[in-house]
Design a protein around this ligand. Structure first.
Ligand code: KG4
Ligand code: ZN
Length: 335
């Protein structure tokens, strides 16, 4: 089954071609980061307009690179939510119109399901069940995954998401948007032991997180030390945030008896997180699976892949569409 995947939930337009027999054939991404950087964050209306400009050229590009034509498609997957309503509507409208014209089914995919299944786009995918640590700009969740659509929420952030904490801390340190990659580059040059920051909820005994207090602690430290110390502060922030993520993820594996841990979402690209997690997990008999680095952040490949799993089990689709800017992952149907 050949599936076109379209991601347009936030500030990147991603399109990909996934074949259930031959794997990922092509993928293309256009990032709007430079456009939004000027404003210090995503401007929803500009995002929607830019998705409109990019989505068809990217579709032509992946078809050409994959050596396929529109007539070869068996289905189209699009991100239905959560995300920015206007941005989601661009992908949903394009996908459903194209599916109608080609007389093939379209399926709306949950953005976080796309992230969570992205490590399965691999020659050596993890088997179910596994624990998933989802760390994106908007979400931080630990899930027990026993199959496609079989998700049990173990814990989540009570306030800021991990990526949001990286972004806000980066902003306090005078770095651009999105701050995660810039902060981690700066942290690599700093001394993580010089300042000590809190590890919020490290010993709370559950799988919930809280990152807003950590951001406030950084603000206090910046006021006291000044921006000359930014590299050491960035390093202190990164070790604190990563320690909590690693500790809770491995505790969730222990509690649920899972020996496989999947990490997905933008913060999964963080080198310090990967290093610590791989090291600590090995000591506890847990194997960690990551998506390819380019598939940690938003992309069309994960939507094409998740869509292919769902289309394989789907009945007919009526091609009416509604986007879901807010949507609980645990509410999905199992396939
Ligand atoms: O998954 P994603 O692309 O978008 C959402 O669905 O939210 O995640 C974006 C988030 C941003 O907050 C960004 O700062 C963070 O992932 N991020 C990182 C790194 N790369 C991206 N955070 C820490 N270290 C990184 N290397
Ligand atoms: Zn995302």
């Amino acid at each position: 089954m050949l599936v076109l995947g379209v991601e347009s939930s936030c500030d990147e337009t991603g399109v990909a071609l996934y074949d259930s027999a031959h794997g990922l054939l092509a993928h293309a991404l256009y990032s709007q980061i430079a456009m939004h950087n000027e404003y210090g964050g995503v401007v929803p209306e500009l995002a929607s307009r830019d998705h409109i400009r990019r989505v068809l050229p990217l579709t032509r590009q992946v078809l050409a690179e994959g050596g396929r034509t529109l007539a070869d498609l068996d289905g189209i997957a699009y991100t239905q939510g959560p995300g920015l309503a206007g941005a989601l509507l661009v992908g949903a409208g394009m996908a459903c119109a194209l599916a109608f014209a080609l007389d093939i089914p379209a399926v709306g995919v949950h953005h976080l399901e796309g992230h969570m299944l992205s490590p399965l786009i691999s020659d050596t995918p993890p088997e179910f069940p596994f624990v998933a640590l989802l760390v994106s700009g908007g979400h931080t969740q630990l899930m027990l995954v026993s199959g496609v659509g079989r998700y049990t929420l173990l814990g989540e952030t009570l306030d800021d998401a991990a990526g949001e904490a990286f972004d806000k801390t980066a902003q306090l340190l005078g770095l651009g948007y999105p701050g995660g990659p810039a902060l981690s580059r700066l942290a690599a040059t700093g001394d993580a032991g010089r300042f000590s920051l809190p590890r919020p909820m490290l010993n709370s005994g559950d799988f919930d997180f809280s990152f807003s207090g950590l951001k406030t602690a950084v603000l206090t430290l910046v006021r006291k030390q000044g921006l000359e110390q930014a590299a050491d502060i960035a390093a202190a922030f990164q070790v604190a945030a990563v320690e909590v993520l690693v500790s809770k993820s491995l505790a969730a594996c222990a509690r649920s008896g899972a020996t496989r841990l999947v990490v997905a979402g933008g913060v999964g690209a963080n080198a310090h997180l990967r290093e610590q997690l791989t090291h600590e997990a090995a000591a506890r008999g847990v194997t960690v699976f990551y998506p390819r680095l380019e598939f940690c952040t938003d992309n069309g490949a994960m939507i094409a892949f998740a869509g292919a799993q769902r289309l394989a089990h789907a009945g007919s689709s009526d091609l009416t569409f509604a986007v879901k800017p807010r949507w609980e992952l645990a509410a999905l149907d199992a396939v």
